[in-house]
Design a protein. Structure first.
Length: 243
């Protein structure tokens, strides 16, 4: 993936990693469009950061279809899709809230699949078309307090591998570690990676490795490489200490 001269549509770009990467791509000379559910927040970002935005609820197939029509009509040079939208919630499986699990699956997994499906025909017409999915280090070692989130990210990883083999365009998987964002109230968590540091390393990896299949900052390799390095059981125990 080239890191300048793109037209990028990034879902879930109104906060956290999504917004920070949108700003970094903008600063490198890309046209960036973000999406979110809150019109007021999109308007605020457009005014302050000069990043265009459209309303999109990735849990709603009709909203995805409408976003596709809007983005491709206004930005026919669109060549990069980044599926950042997602939610993370703790769950107690001894007193299971099935509706919450279904919501997480709908947004994180079905939202990714539906968005990719909508935009793939357009991107395949571009010689420089790119799809970037976003999984997590928890795709490889689960955080047991977020079982459905971890499972959806494992599914996104698997789905991304199939995309890469079936499509005639570049498919990249971004694999974040825990990052200091509002997700799971990690803004001030000393064990999470500072957001600016994550964005710095991610953008450098993209610039240094234009043909990369996975983007892995060093902090996530503890999780990503656990099974292949025969550390899986120890890492599960370290990530999920007894209460």
């Amino acid at each position: 993936m080239k890191t300048t001269g793109n037209t990028i549509f990034l879902t879930g770009g109104t906060s956290g990693i999504g917004l920070e990467l949108a700003r970094r791509f903008r600063d490198l000379g890309n046209t960036v469009i973000i999406s979110g559910r809150r019109k007021d927040l999109l308007e605020k970002i457009a005014a302050e950061d000069h990043i265009d935005g459209i309303e999109l609820d990735v849990a709603d197939p009709a909203s995805i279809a409408a976003a596709y029509e809007t983005v491709t009509a206004k930005y026919p040079d669109l060549n990069v899709l980044i599926t950042m939208a997602g939610i993370m919630q703790p769950e107690d499986l001894r007193n299971h809230d099935l509706a919450l699990s279904e919501q997480i699956i709908t947004i994180n997994l079905l939202g990714t699949i539906r968005t990719v499906t909508a935009f793939t025909p357009h991107l395949r017409k571009r010689e420089d078309g790119v799809i970037m999915t976003v999984s997590s280090g928890l795709a490889f070692v689960p955080l047991v307090m977020t079982p459905t989130y971890s499972a959806t990210k494992a599914a996104v990883h698997s789905y991304t591998q199939s995309l890469r083999h079936q499509l005639d365009l570049q498919v990249i998987e971004l694999v974040p570690p825990a990052v200091q964002t509002t997700m799971l109230d990690q803004e001030n968590d000393p064990h999470a990676m500072p957001l600016a540091e994550f964005a710095d390393e991610t953008m450098q990896l993209l610039q240094d490795n234009p043909d990369a299949d996975e983007i892995l900052v060093n902090r996530v390799r503890f999780l990503r490489d656990a099974e292949r390095e025969n550390r899986y059981a120890d890492v599960v125990a370290a990530l999920n200490p007894p209460a």
